[in-house]
Design a protein around this ligand. Sequence first.
Ligand code: SF4
Ligand code: SF4
Length: 430
Amino acid sequence: MKAIKGKRFRRGIHIADKKQYAADAYIEVAPVPQILSISMSQHIGKPCQILVQVGDEVKQGQLIGKADGFVSANVYSGVSGKVIGIEKRANPRGMVSDYVVIENDGQYDSVCLEPLADREPNTIKERIREAGIVGMGGAGFPTAVKLSPSTPVDTLVINGAECEPYLTCDYRLMIEKTDEVVSGIRLLAKALGVDNIIVGIEANKPKAIELFEKYDDLTIVTLKKAYPMGSEKHLIYCCTGREVPVGKLPADAGCVVQNIATAYAVYEAVELNKPLYERVLTVSGECVKEPKNLLVKFGTSFQYLLDYCKYDNTNLAALIAGGPMMGSTMISSDYYTRKTDSGILALDDTQADFIAPSPCISCGRCASVCPMHLLPMSIDFYTQAGDYQSAAKYGGVLNCIECGCCAYVCPARRSLLQSITLCKSQLRKK
Ligand code: SF4
Ligand code: SF4
């Protein structure tokens, strides 16, 4: 079906997409290190219950962490080998959880999930839950939970925007695994019980748009290149014209949003009986000599992947897990891949700097770009004063989607995002 033009949301920013580094790099199967450290908390919700002990032998595709409750997700081993440790480690956001350390025996002795008896909605949903699939765009919300909205929905919106600079892993899946991704999208729609499927793709991916136009049951919406187009609320507005009310969820506008990589994982779980233990991610940035899109096992060391892509830290200014706008700046590369990692970036000093913040000059730029129409300078002001309630009342911090547009344009280099996350965590504690 010929693509239609999407709407444009107000505000946001235009940034260089830097996708040229890895956009033409075919998905490559990354080598697997000898030791993997697999997090038991790769999702939003309760960490898994560890099912293995030090000394146990495991297989590729074996369940090693069992979901602990409704909002949780199973974790599987991506290699066969021996469990040599269970350790506490921090993820790039600084959250500490248990990691199962496995010595890879290089045999890839595998087990699969049982083949499904049918493709009924509840069977698909149960398979998605069993396979440990979560939102792979970065949020990590368990997909099976998202497919059980409390209000009726009529539309599945697929996020093919990939609006974060540098990242090209979803784009490569769209053009190299088109049929598989579309199969996953149809399974998601069936699980949800909807016929209306919209795929939103940014205009800077004409090849992906052309390939997706072949499928008559999908409505393809060409989106203007703007950041943060991939935010659920903005994507829904641009694809359907519906507005998600403040403080409400996409389901309140009749929609559920899923990501391209998630759809691909659903295809693999349902059609290939493969649980989620690996994903495609982008390794890129000015300090990476050979930017790549790699299929990596969860638990692979970031440093191992950076070295594989010929990382040179001579002019390094920032190491980032995820995209440069919403990802986490890391103090080292001593972290391990998880379900939500769409990229590892090494930016040089032309792209990132750490100039100390100066006082706010009340220029209003932060508010003028905020796609949620908030007052970031007020959030910062009240948060710095320890008055978190006023930050919520006058700044609207609880509606912030943490897109980073405000911090990006601030001439005083105020640490607006840090204030926002601090304020939210303090309010949550209360
Ligand atoms: S206040 Fe929040 S939503 Fe608004 S620009 Fe800043 S990070 Fe984005
Ligand atoms: S952009 Fe920065 S300097 Fe300008 S009002 Fe906002 S916080 Fe203050």
